[in-house]
Design a protein around this ligand. Sequence first.
Ligand SMILES: Cc1ncc(C[n+]2csc(CCOP(=O)(O)OP(=O)(O)O)c2C)c(N)n1
Ligand SMILES: [Mg+2]
Length: 1020
Amino acid sequence: MSTKIPVPDIGDFESVEIIEILVKAGDVINKNDPVVTLESDKSSVEVPSPFAGKISSLKVKIGDKVSKGSILALIDNNESNEKSKLEGKEKIELDKLEVVQKEENLLPITEKIIQQAESTIDQKPKKIVPKKPYLNGNAADIDPKETQEWLDSLDAVLKQDGTDRAHYLLKKLTDEAYKDGSNKPFTRTTPYINTIPPELEVKSPGDQNLEKRIRSLIRWNAAAMVVKANKKNPELGGHIGTFASAATLYDVGMNHFWRAKNNKFGGDLVYFQGHSAPGMYARSFLEGRLSASQLGNFRQEVGVDGLSSYPHPWLMPKFWQFPTVSMGLGPVLAIYQARFTKYLINRGLIKDEGRKIWAFLGDGETDEPESLGAISLASREKLDNLIFVINCNLQRLDGPVRGNGKIIQELEGIFRGAGWNVIKVIWGSYWDQLLAKDKSGLLIKRMNECVDGEYQAFKANDGSYVREKFFGKYPELKNLVSSMTDKDIWRLNRGGHDPHKVYAAYDDAMKTKGKPTVILAKTIKGYGMGKSGESINITHQQKKLGEEDLLYYRDRFDIPLTDKQVKNVEFYKPDEKSDEIRYLKERRMKLGGNLPERTSFSKPIKKPAKDIFANMLKSQGDREMSTTMALVRMLTNLLRDKNIAPRLVPIIPDEARTFGMEGFFRKIGIYAHEGQKYEPEDSEQLSSYREDKKGQVLEEGITETGAMSSFIAAGTSYTNHDLEMIPVYTFYSMFGFQRVMDLIWAAGDSQARGFLIGATSGRTTLAGEGLQHQDGHSQILASTVPNCVSYDPTFAYELAVIFREGLKRMHDKQENIFYYLTTMNENYHHPEMPKNCEEGILKGMYLFKEFNNKGKIKVQLLGSGTILREMISAAEILSKEYNIDSDVWSVTSFNELRKDGMKTERKNLLNPAEKNKKSFVEECLSKREGPIIAASDYMRSFADQIRPYISKSFYSFGTDGYGRSDSRKNLRKFFEVDKEHIVTYTLSALAKEQLVSSKDAEKAIKKYNIDKDKPMPTEL
Ligand SMILES: Cc1ncc(C[n+]2csc(CCOP(=O)(O)OP(=O)(O)O)c2C)c(N)n1
Ligand SMILES: [Mg+2]
C-alpha cells in the first residue's frame, strides 16, 4: 500500500527550496532515512522518512518550493509499520489526553490540599519565641548544659545507628528550622578540620619509610635542577617552592592511584600544576626515563636535549599531555575532558573503564575565573570521573592568597554550593590526639578563628612562636600542649604533607559516585626550605639557594651527598638495585606504566568518498547562499559518510540557530547525559530540540571557554583516548580568537586537530550588529598561532576544497595542525569551480577571472572573503567605463601566502650563491602587469602581509577601526572597501604611475561622492 511522505512541521518557514533529493523510485529505505534536503536562506535540513519501505514515486524535483504538508514521495510501506506508527502517534495523543485529564481531575484535590494547608497555617498560633542571643551568630554559648544534652544525643545516635541516621536527623532539624523561618542555619562550610575523621581513614598499603625516602630524593633533585640552571645562567629561573609544597600530593598519587595507559587500560589523565614541573622531571629521573644531563639542561631547550620550563606537549610530545601553566586553563580543560570522556562512553565509542581525570591547581590559581567558572557543569553532569586537588599552601606569587580569611573555607563553600564532594585535608596525623582530647571544642574554635595570614606566619617561625601565638591565646589550649616540647609542636603537621591523610582522601575520591570531588589540601609553600623559603612571601620567586641553604636542605631530607657534591649541586640517584628504585619502579609497574607519558595508538579515519563535496564544486545556479550555509551542507554530507559521521563533534555555544545548524538537533541529537526528561515544546517539528544520551552535538550554552575546552578535548582524543575525532566548533567569529585566545594557544600546544569556524565574520559583512560583533581581525590573530592553518574563502567550492584538504592533512597524514575558517552570512551566487585552481586555493590565491578585452592598461585585483565580490564588480566597472583590464585573484589566505613568502625569503637569504626561488605570490604576480590592489573585510595588515614579497607597487585596503551597525553597503562605503572606492583608488594608483590621467581619479571621487575630508575610520 502506498503512503504519502509529507513535509513535516518546519517551523516558521514557507516555500522552502528542495536542494537535494536523496532517494529515487525503487529505493528501499529505513524509517528516518533522509528523503530530501530543504534549504531556506537561514538553515538547511534533511527531511527523514516517517516510514520504512520502498519508494514508489517521487513527487518533487530539485528547485521545487515546498511547505508543511507538501507531498515529497510515495512509499510502499508494510502495514505493520504504518500501524505501529499510527499506534505510536495515537498513543502519544492518548498519553497527552490523559495528562490533561489527570491535571483536570487533580485540580480539585490540589485545591483541597491547599485549603487544608492554609487552614492549618491559620490555626497555628504564631509562637513568639524570645530571641536567644546566640541565634545571632557565633556568640558565646549561653546554655552549655543544654548544648551538652544535644551533643550527647547526637553522640548516642552516631554510636547506635551510625552516620547516615545522624545525617538524616540533622537534616530534619535543619529543615524544621527553615520552616520556622526564625533563623536560617548556615551550612556553607563545615568546621576547620579534616572531612574524614581518623577512625574512617582508609590506610595506605605502602611502605611509608621507603616512600618518604623516595619523596626526599625527588625533592632534592627537583630543587637542584632549578638551582643548577639558575647557577648556569641567572636568566633561566624556575620554581622550588610550589613542588616542595605538593610533593606528598603527587607522590601518593604516583605510588598508589594513577593508572597509566597500556594495552589493557585507557589510563587516568593527570593535569599537573604547571610550575611544579621540576618535581615530575625529578621522579622521571629516578625512574630512569630522563637522564642527569637532561635534568642539567632544565629550561635549556635550544640545541640541546633539555627539559621545557613547564608542561608543553608541543615541546615534549612524548612526555607532557596537558599544557597547564597559564593559570586557570588546567582546571577548565580537565572539567571538559571529564565530560568528553563520558560523552565518548555514552555514545558507545569507548568503554567505561572507570578512568579518572585528576587536576592539580594552586589555591591562588582559583582566583582565575576559568578555574571555578565551570564547576557547576561538573556536578550537573555528575562527573564522578573528575578529581580536583587544590594545593592550599596559602600563598601565591606576591603574598598570601587570603591573608585575612581562609581560602580552604572559601573554596569549601563554593564547591559545596556547586554540589561537589568536598574533602578537606587540613591537619596531619600529629594533630589527631590533640583533637581527640579537645572535649570542649576550644581547639576547633581556635582553628576556626585563625586567618591564613597567621597560619602562614606560624610556619615562617618556629615551635615556640606557635605555642605562644596559636595555643597561647587560651590558657586551656596552652595547657593542652604543656607537656610538648617546641620541637613536638613544630612537628604538628599539615594534612597535605601527611601521606596517610592524603591517601585516605584520594581513596574516598576514587570511590565517590555521582559527583566530582575536590580535595582541599593544606600545605606549606617551600616546605623544607627553612629560613630561605619556607612559608615566606618571597618563596615563589626563590630559585637561588646559597650553599648554606643547600646544605640545610640536604640535611633536612637526609640526602647522601657530601658537602662538596652539594656545593656542585649534584643530582642524586641511588643504585638501580636499591630498595628505593626497585620500590618506585614496582609501584609504577603495578599501576600500568609511566606517567606522564604521551602516546597515540589511534587509527586514521577512513577518507570520505571522493565525490563527497561534489555538489559544492558545481555552480549553485540562481540560488544565493552564504558560506556558513555551504559549511552546514558539507557537514550534512559528511554525516552521510559512515566512517566520518560518528567522529564528527559539532560544538556550538548557543548559536546553532544563528548559523542554520538547528537541523542537527533532530538528526544527530544534542548530547545530554541523562537523555531527555521532557517532551520538547517543538517535538513535532523537523528541527526539534532533541536531547539524547547518545546525542552528538555539544550544545555548550553561552560559554566560549567551555566550547573551546571541548574542542581541545575532542581534538586531542587521538592521544588521550586513542580515538580520532573531528571537532567542528562554530562560533561568532568575534567571540573566538579575541575571547579565548589563550585556550587557542593551548590547543596549538596540545596539538589538537579540528576545525574552528569563525562564522558571521567580516567587519562589513555582519551588518547590523555593531562594534562588539563585527570582526575584522580574527584572521590576524589566527596568523599568530604557528600550527593554525587559516583561510577566508569566498565561494562554496573553495570551502569544500579546503575542508577536504583539512581532513586529509589531519586524519590521513596525521599532521598536528588545526584549521581556522571564516564563513559569512551574506547570501550570494556561488559559481562553478574554475579549472585547475585547487592548488591555488590551498596555497592562498588563484586567478579567478581575467578582464582582457581592452588590452591597454592593466591592474591586479586581489580580494578575499566577501570583498572579492566587490573586486569583481570593480573590475567590471574598470573594464566597461574606463577601458582598464584586470586580473582578479581570489585570495583564500593571506596568512598562508605570508608563511610561504617568509620561508622562501629565508631560504634565499641562506643560500646567497643559488638562484633565488620565487615565493608563491611572486610566481602568481611577477609576470602580470600593473599595480596591485588588495582588499579584504579585515584590517589592512591582513593583506599587507604579502607586501614584502612583491616588487610591484602595492595598495591594500581593509576595515581598520571599530565596527558599527548599518547596512552592508553603507559599511563598505564607510570602510572604503566597496566597489566604488576600489575603482577610485585603482584610478588614483594608476595616475600615480602615470598610466591614466589624475583627472579620471578626481572625477571618480566626485562621481561616487567620496568625501576627501572624512577622517580615517580608525579615528571615528
Ligand atoms: C594566567 C597566568 N597569570 C599569571 C601567571 C604567573 N604565575 C605563575 S605561578 C603564580 C602564583 C601561583 O600561585 P598558586 O596558584 O597559589 O600556586 P602555588 O605556587 O602557590 O602552588 C603566578 C601568578 C601565570 N602562570 N598564569
Ligand atoms: Mg598557592
